[in-house]
Design a binder for this molecule. Sequence first.
Ligand code: NAP
Length: 447
Amino acid sequence: MLRIAVVGSGPSGCYTAQSLVQQDPDALVDVLDRLPCPYGLVRYGVAPDHEKIKSLQNNLRTVLEHERVRFLGGVQIGPGGVPTTRLRDLYHAVVYCVGAATDRHLGVPGEDLPGSWSATEFVSWYSAHPDSVDDGFVLGARSAVVIGIGNVAVDVTRMLARGTAELSPTDMPQAALTALGASRVTEVSMVGRRGPSQARFTTKELRELGTLPDTAVSVDPAELALDPAYADPSGLPAPQRRNIEALRAWAEAPPQDARHRIRLRFFLRPVELLAEAGRVSAVRFERTAPDGRGAVTGTGRYEDIEAQLVLRSVGYRGVPLEGLPFDTTTGTVPHSEGRVLREGRVAPGEYVAGWIKRGPTGVIGTNRPCAKETVTSLLEDAAVLVRREVAQDPLTALRAEGVEPVEWPGWCAIERAEAELGASLGRGVVKLPDWESLLGAAHHNAL
Ligand code: NAP
């Protein structure tokens, strides 16, 4: 009987656990997470107003409630916690599903000025991530620049344009709701270094910007026309063609008056963040031109866009985990069909799935086939893996070493506490935003 540890309880971890118990009728799976709460980016990354995507938590829940799956939250793997080598001793196999925990950097002067944040920091704040700090993101700002044109950029742009009435029914923490409700940001420019036909956002997310109350979306037709595919998008793949058509509709629409304005900008690459009185005041961009091969070149012409708030939304990046090999170029763990490779050779018993395996791309559903491939490899290796003696029950061994995981009843207690908090505020469920309240709820109210 295989005992397997899955590290990370986001979509890739849950789909890995699901695939394991479905494909092996005896496998026992522990899903460990650093946080006391499961679901990874579904809880701490999907925007709070995307209730339908968030409801995926219900599917992931059935995995973690499976009789041969245990959720062990609040367990740090690596430095300061359980070493990866110890985990290998306790289980026949370990599958790392740790995602891409940090963000890419722009590498331009002024990037770290007060008022400039990574989109991840902003998302973590309004998603109540317990490591997030309330840095007064929107305080004192009138104009914001979002750098990047992927779906995260669209998320943060949309959140900046939403008002209290739309945000209050979400599970957003109360402090973020109050701050965003009082926000005086009325101008948001979302800026891409390449053209509309190379944008990474998906059409559904793009179009949603046009449905926001009291918000006008503007696109400059002359800027769109810099993209040769704008005049004739017929050669583009369907997703890009649909993006172009959505942008064309805004470009051709008569100007609109609204409290919030979202400007979608293209062919501008950030070269510097400018400061006034020690805070960011504008972003300097260089106008780019398509090079005919999908990339762009600089033109030596510059434009400053005013911003007291800058959100850098240029993608996530994997973080090396002590004891595991890491490819610094791709930010992933080298692998062959999910089997970890050490110096080009398979490391028996170690596997990866999700973003740490293939990089931070794709939608939540992409993790399903990715997890399945890894589990297929693992089960092919089962006959060898099972020969190794492991702990009778890894949880007993971990407890003996002073590890006190938040188990499923602890998580359910957090859920109850969040429902109670929401009721006391006249809202639905409201997330607990810090370690103290999460662990307090988990340890004191677990049944
Ligand atoms: P992304 O899709 O990789 O987009 C990153 C953006 O940053 C691109 O526009 C990229 O431009 C730009 N960029 C990168 N380096 C830059 C630089 N140095 N200067 C200026 N721009 C730069 O990443 P993401 O938005 O973080 O999304 C990550 C994944 O999560 C994606 O697969 C996304 O679809 C998914 N996601 C999905 C949803 C949803 O389905 N609702 C919501 C959020 C996230 P280039 O193309 O020119 O490199």
